[in-house]
Design a binder for this molecule. Structure first.
Ligand SMILES: Cc1cc2nc3c(=O)[nH]c(=O)nc-3n(C[C@H](O)[C@H](O)[C@H](O)COP(=O)(O)O)c2cc1C
Length: 285
C-alpha cells in the first residue's frame, strides 16, 4: 500500500505536498487546523488554488490539482463547529481527519487532540455523529497508543464501528515525545494482527519510520503481502523521495530533492522553522 504524508504544522506546506505527491505519496494530510479558523476565513479561489485567509493570515492553502489526494486535518471536539467547518470544506475536499494525537499543552487545556483519548466514549459518539451527518466525506482519525495493548486493540475495533474509513496510529503513547522516545513497532504489529483481516487495510502506522533502515525493520514484522500502510512525517521532511523508495521497493535509492524553492518563494513567517530543518537535513545527508 502506498505511503501517505503526515499532517505537520509548518512542514506540511504546499511545496512539501507537491514533492511528496511527485514521489508517490497516496494521501496528503494538511497540518492541524482549528475549524473556527476555517469558518471565519474568506475563501479566495483561482484556476489552480484555493486560499482560506483569516485576518490577513493564511489558514489553509490547497493546490486544486492535489485535491483528490488531500485530507484536511481538524483539531476540535465540538460537533456543531466541526460540522459547520466540514460543510464549508466539502465542495472542495472529500477527506477529513480528526486530530486525536496532539499532546501539546493547548490541546490538553482545550480538551482536544490526544486529550480526547481520555474520553473514548465521547470521541466515539462525536465520530459517529460526523460520519452520519456527512455521508459524502471519508473520515479518518489520528490516534496514539493507549496505556495497554488490549485497550488500544479494543479502541481501534470501536473506532472502526463508527464508520471512519481510516485510523492512523502514531506508534507512541500519550506520554511519549517524538524526539525522545522510540516508536513501538512491535506493539503496533501485535495490535494490527489482532484486527480482523478485512479491516486491516484501514489502519496506517506512523512514527519512527525516518530512514530506509527503519522501514525495513518495520516491514520485517509483517508478511510480505500484508505490510500496513505507513504515514511519513520527519522522514518525508528529511527526504521526500523516501515515498518513492517505499512505493517501488527500490532499496537504498533515494534522490536528494528539497522543496526549498517553494519554501522561500512563499515568504511566509510560518515556514521559517522548516527552512532550518531542511537546510540541516541537507547538511546531514
Ligand atoms: C514539524 C511537525 C509538525 C507536526 N504537526 C502535526 C499536526 O499538525 N497534526 C498531527 O496530527 N501531527 C503532527 N505532527 C506529528 C506527525 O504527524 C507524526 O505523528 C510524528 O512526527 C511521528 O512521526 P515521525 O516519527 O515519522 O516524525 C507533527 C510533526 C512534525 C515533525
Amino acid at each position: 500500500m502506498k505511503p501517505v504524508l503526515a499532517p505537520m504544522v509548518r512542514a506540511g506546506f504546499i511545496g512539501m505536498q507537491r514533492l511528496s505527491a511527485k514521489y508517490g505519496a497516496d494521501t496528503l494530510y494538511t497540518d492541524a487546523i482549528f475549524p473556527q479558523n476555517i469558518i471565519s476565513s474568506n475563501i479566495f479561489e483561482s484556476q489552480d488554488m484555493l486560499l482560506f485567509i483569516r485576518k490577513d493570515i493564511r489558514v489553509l492553502y490547497l493546490d486544486k490539482s492535489l485535491l483528490p489526494k488531500t485530507c484536511v486535518q481538524l483539531v476540535g471536539n465540538d460537533p456543531e463547529i466541526l460540522s459547520t467547518c466540514i460543510n464549508i470544506l466539502s465542495p472542495y475536499v472529500k477527506r477529513i481527519d480528526l486530530n486525536c494525537g496532539c499532546t501539546r499543552n493547548f490541546t490538553h487545556q482545550g480538551g482536544y487532540g490526544a486529550d480526547m483519548l481520555n474520553k473514548p466514549e465521547s470521541l466515539l459518539s462525536l465520530l459517529k455523529t460526523l460520519v452520519h451527518k456527512h455521508p459524502d466525506i471519508k473520515f479518518s482519525v489520528k490516534i496514539r497508543l493507549l496505556q495497554t495493548e488490549i485497550n488500544t486493540t479494543q479502541f481501534i475495533r470501536d473506532l472502526l464501528q463508527t464508520g471512519v474509513g481510516e485510523i492512523n496510529v502514531h506508534m507512541r503513547g500519550i506520554q511519549q515525545e517524538r524526539d525522545k522516545d522510540e516508536a513501538d513497532f512491535k506493539q503496533f504489529a501485535r495490535i494490527y494482527k489482532q484486527i480482523d483481516k478485512t479491516e486491516q487495510v484501514k489502519i496506517t502506522a506512523n512514527g519512527g519510520i525516518i530512514s530506509i533502515k527503519d522501514y525495513l525493520e518495520f516491514k520485517s514484522l509483517f508478511d510480505e503481502n500484508n505490510v500496513p500502510r505507513v504515514m511519513l512525517a520527519s522522514g518525508a521532511v528529511r527526504n521526500a523521495s523516501f515515498f518513492r523508495v517505499i512505493c517501488t521497493n527500490i532499496e537504498g535509492k533515494e534522490i536528494k530533492e528539497y522543496p526549498l524553492k517553494q519554501v522561500i518563494s512563499q515568504n511566509d513567517r510560518n515556514t521559517k522553522p522548516i527552512k532550518v530543518n531542511i537546510h540541516k537535513s541537507q547538511r546531514d545527508s
